[in-house]
Design a protein around this ligand. Sequence first.
Ligand SMILES: [Zn+2]
Length: 436
Amino acid sequence: MRGTIGADRSADSYLPQHGNGGYRVTHYDLELDYKPGPGRLAGRARITAQARADLAGFSLDLHGMRVDRVLVNGKSARYSHRGNKLRVTPARPVTVGAAFTVEVRYVGTPKPVRSPHWGEIGWEQLEDGALVASQPIGAPSWFPCNDQPGDKATYRIAVTTPSPYTVVANGSLVSRRVGGSSTTWVFEQLAPMATYLATVQIGLYAEVEVSAGQRAAVPPRLVGVFGHDFGRQPQIMAAFVSMFGAYPFAEYHVVVADEILDVPVEAQGLSIFGANHVDGHRGCEHLVAHELAHQWFGNSLTIADWRHIWLNEGFATYAEWLWSEASGGLSAAVLAARSHAEMARQRQDIRIGDPGVRRMFDDRVYQRGALTLHALRVRLGDDAFFAVLREWTEKHRHSTVTTDKFIAVAQEHSLKPLDRFFRSWLQDTALPRGFE
Ligand SMILES: [Zn+2]
């Protein structure tokens, strides 16, 4: 059907202006050349996709940058780039079900995406390097993409930059080639990944091995303190593997940027902390646990729609409490009681199962999300509760999830119906009185 532009929108209930429902991406192959001084990025994205409708045209999300050329299936295509949409009209329409490739060459100085509710997100030039923190809408700041969490794809990310810099991106480093004064780093992420979890980190870092499969890139002056503060990360990993099931990716990388960051940021297979999160006293160990937990809850199991954000943040917050308990600190029950008392003092005007786009990252989504899980644990008992968590991560590994899917898994482990329980915790605004 001519005239279809793949809706130019996604089905996401909070951010439908991001993404395009007309196709799904199976693979992103990104070749990037970055000059840290001027902050200049030259990119070539080769995207493999499959049409979900007959497409006379389609759009990609791309913020700023100058597009020099677009090819569809190897042939020049017409395009226009306005706002954050790159609209492409191939020489021949793509038929429903067909696989197709799109190649985009682009250049510019990437700028973070300004968002009304979450500040500036995406590619950020640092004093000496760059970092990318894209949740939820920053991915188009550095590559053309179908920017919706439910459209997961594999990635190859190649970055060429001056040789003194270290590059970390998602997945395994498959080659590092020095040529003249620059080095090309190639990473492959073979597990499907949402666009907001794609990242590139560039800086003057020392590379540290925390333990087998756990590496870090850290400013050289912080290596000693980092060794202390992240010293128990292997134990956190072991505790989470026993509680949540197998770690979902080939490796885990931590980057400590030489910057002050409000909060650490998760990406697939890695987490990004600020220099302020390394204090020599393990003052941020709960955040080390929180970010690691996102590898299961958020990254392997990715929400199909931003509305389900509590499935990321409630779980990662509860993981902080589980680690406290497992490491001989305060029990999850004590931390839950404290959090409940605090929530009871706050306004009760949020439905954490559907908090609204403005309040996706409201602290109450994190706290009450964790409280929901604690209440479920009290109701089911430890054996059934942890069986639910392991079945949840196993059944939906590397896939996309919704609140209803979680309720279905929990219900299988409960003789009594859980509808009212979940409704009162997730859909009602009033805070349930306690955990029974
Ligand atoms: Zn989080």
